[in-house]
Design a protein around this ligand. Structure first.
Ligand SMILES: [Zn+2]
Length: 317
């Protein structure tokens, strides 16, 4: 990987998964957004991982219309928190234009932070919600693939669009996702020489119109950044690095992959057209409106930024 090449100006990029409501961004989010801008990351979908972080994600997105968006949902780690009125809480959030998908939701049997039965319950409840609202779903699966795909298979025909974010699985699992007409999100996992090499071999199976890219910031800092940054916190500004790794793996020019992934993200989340002139200025957060009171930093976001565990939303406990 050539760091200078990474820095080359490329097409406008969209980071489809960044946990910007994480407490590690509380003090310098504007600076991080400015760095994202310099890296051509012009739009970002902020991940909601529990009720509180979904509210916070929407509050942040609302402060930069047409540039920041968010998802609303409950990560499997937080399935325990799913309650009788969770769907109503999410539905209220959906009323805002900035919330563009349900999730993240799915199954995570890697650490079993929530009992598996609760995870499946919350997962199906959110699929039902996505169906009734006609919204795309932002999906998470870790060490639970067969159960995940079995449940999703029963729902898929009732859903509009669905993306498996931070895909880290094998060829069989990738094919199963593609058979269900899923989009596939690739993170800096593919930059990991210990765990991501297999991805480089199989991602050319993903049709061009289903591929999207994401940082999962502040998690999953690409391991092959050169020089390695001082901070272990991942940021949307590292998205071009992931793009170049993906492009190299599928032996395509980075600009082409950028155009495709940006177009896919725009279509998938039905993002409004962006006037090219709007790309000229960095994403800036409007001051907080009194009516959009910000909840306390989400508990879901307490994992250390340097933690390279994939895309889970909870601290060790
Ligand atoms: Zn995830």
């Amino acid at each position: 990987m050539n760091p200078e090449k990474d820095a080359l100006v490329i097409e406008s990029l969209i980071d489809i998964g960044a946990n910007l409501s994480h407490e590690s961004f509380a003090k310098d989010l504007n600076a991080a957004l400015e760095r994202a801008h310099l890296a051509q990351v012009h739009r970002i979908v902020i991940t909601g991982a529990c009720e509180a972080s979904s509210i916070e994600a929407a509050n942040i997105a609302r402060r930069a219309p047409k540039r920041l968006f968010s998802t609303a949902g409950v990560h499997p780690h937080h399935a325990n928190e799913w309650h009788a009125r969770s769907d109503q809480a999410i539905e209220r959030l959906i009323e805002g234009d900035e919330v563009v998908a349900i999730g993240e939701t799915g199954l995570d049997f890697n650490r079993d932070f929530s009992p598996r039965a609760k995870q499946e319950y919350a997962f199906e409840a959110q699929l039902e919600l996505a169906q009734s609202l006609g919204l795309p779903v932002f999906l998470h699966a870790r060490d639970a693939f067969d159960r995940f795909i079995a449940i999703l298979g029963q729902w898929r025909h009732r859903l509009s669009k669905a993306v498996i974010h931070c895909f880290t699985g094998n060829a069989r699992e990738l094919d199963a996702c593609l058979d269900l007409d899923l989009h596939v999100g690739i993170t800096g996992w593919i930059c990991d020489e210990r765990r991501g090499l297999h991805l480089r071999e199989i991602i050319d199976r993903i049709p061009e119109d289903r591929l999207m890219i994401e940082t999962d910031a502040p998690y999953l800092l690409p391991r092959d950044l050169d020089p390695a940054p001082d901070s272990r916190r991942n940021e949307p500004m590292h998205l071009p690095h992931i793009l170049h790794r993906v492009a190299k793996s599928i032996q395509r020019p980075a600009a082409e992959v950028a155009r495709a992934t940006t177009g896919n993200a725009q279509d998938f989340f039905s993002l409004p057209e962006l006037d090219p002139s709007e790309n000229l200025h960095p994403i800036r957060l409007d001051p907080i409106h009194p009516e959009s009171s910000t909840p306390s930093p989400s508990q879901s976001a307490a994992r250390a930024p340097g933690d390279t565990r994939p895309h889970s939303g909870a601290p060790d406990r």
